[in-house]
Design a protein around this ligand. Sequence first.
Ligand code: SAH
Ligand code: SF4
Ligand code: F3S
Length: 477
Amino acid sequence: MGQFVLTEKYSTLTDFDETQNEYLNLIYEIMETRKRSDKPIAYIHTYGCQQNVADGERIKGMLEKAGFEFEDKPDNADVILFNTCAVREHAEDRVFGNVGALKNLKRKYPKTLIALCGCMMEQEHIAKRMYKSFPYVGLVFGTHALHMFPKLLYTALSSGKRVYLRDNDDELIHEGIPIKRDGTFKGWLPIMYGCNNFCTYCIVPYVRGRERSREKDIIINEAKEMIKSGYKDITLLGQNVNSYGKNLKDGVSFSQLISEIDSIDGDYWLRFMTSHPKDCTRELIDTIADSKHISTHLHLPFQSGSSRILRLMNRRYDRERYLDIVNYAKSKIPNISLTSDVIVGFPGETYEDFKQTLSLIKEVEFTSLFTFIYSPRVGTPAASMEDSISDKEKSKWFKELLDVQEEIASKRCKSMVGSTQKVLIEGEKGKDDILNARTSGNIIVEIKAPKELIGTFQNVEITEAGNWILKGNLKKQ
Ligand code: SAH
Ligand code: SF4
Ligand code: F3S
């Protein structure tokens, strides 16, 4: 493989511009001599949150421009790329396992390029471990180098040397990167990048850098284009969408942004994630209540029901403030569907604190929860806090929480039997001609309907309820 190159930093960063397009042409040419099939094939595997999925769609956009086709298995691929997530240890372990499993494939087809990108790669200790333990990985780059992927890929392909780039202090936004969206009627629209909140357990601010918002007009144009080309369910993305616009000159707020998108004509739902409770204002709730297209779903992560733990987490709201905004939302938006993230076993959490989490869950009655056992992350403040509760005890609490939530979700689903719901039909369930659809409140409904209706809105009468999902019949138009 020749001499190794370990590049910690490039001295200048370029926007996605003509230079990158020229690299895409060069990649096209070099792949003519390297590809194993008629067309160069890429296999892209994305882990983690929607932000990473949106980045993956840009990587695919660039590769498509360089002539690549995509397969969902690595076996025939000329370029294999893992777009990684660092949020919990489990996510990282899967990447190490999957890269390890490619050793034989690389031995058999030495020209296959194995590449790694995304949040995990912005961590120095991970990039070093990759470099030492996986010499057959030819390209490693972090989230901040996405816009220069063509240059990095070309360098790795043409030099035969390993190219490593970590650079997590870039505060620019790089517009104009080509996109190949995964869906044709459900799509992601990033409105901001990075995070400034530094919750003490979380790695995201370290691997995604400082919060920065995209210009409002660029977002509005992208939304218009998506609606015009048939997108029915658009999710605005950011780690804390409620603080959208803080770095922009004209001082536009998130409420203003979504009101403006909402005024675009068309039949579509508008969603957003994630809202941070500290910045979730009554103005935002009023905007949702008065809107035409914004879904009746609010994902509002509370993380813990104990104000003492919330302080240790540096969340900057307490239990009372959280319940206050939730109660306001319930009073303004009938049938609002609330979902949330919760962490069990944060360092120093006692069973008394955990009981506060259970009581908050019972009080709010969430539609569903994303539940996580705390996972220490290198370099975060919580990783050096004392943690005396055993893994076994944490797992017991976790199970207790799941049981409580299951009962709440089941009760909510049962209360919907007999109602009529507008749903978006999303795809096949995979057996018995059943299709999966989703309500505005983000609950899955199984219905018997012809495949041609995938990607359309329909009215459905709810006939049955499980613990988490509903079943229903298509209503005649
Ligand atoms: N920006 C979003 C969350 C992004 S990370 C917000 O502020 O809500 C998604 C979820 O992963 C978090 O809400 C949290 O519940 C969980 N999470 C983050 N770091 C974690 C850690 N170290 N251990 C366990 N769960 C974690
Ligand atoms: Fe992480 Fe907190 Fe930022 Fe969310 S708001 S990404 S949990 S630091
Ligand atoms: Fe994971 Fe990065 Fe998202 S760490 S959760 S992919 S922002």
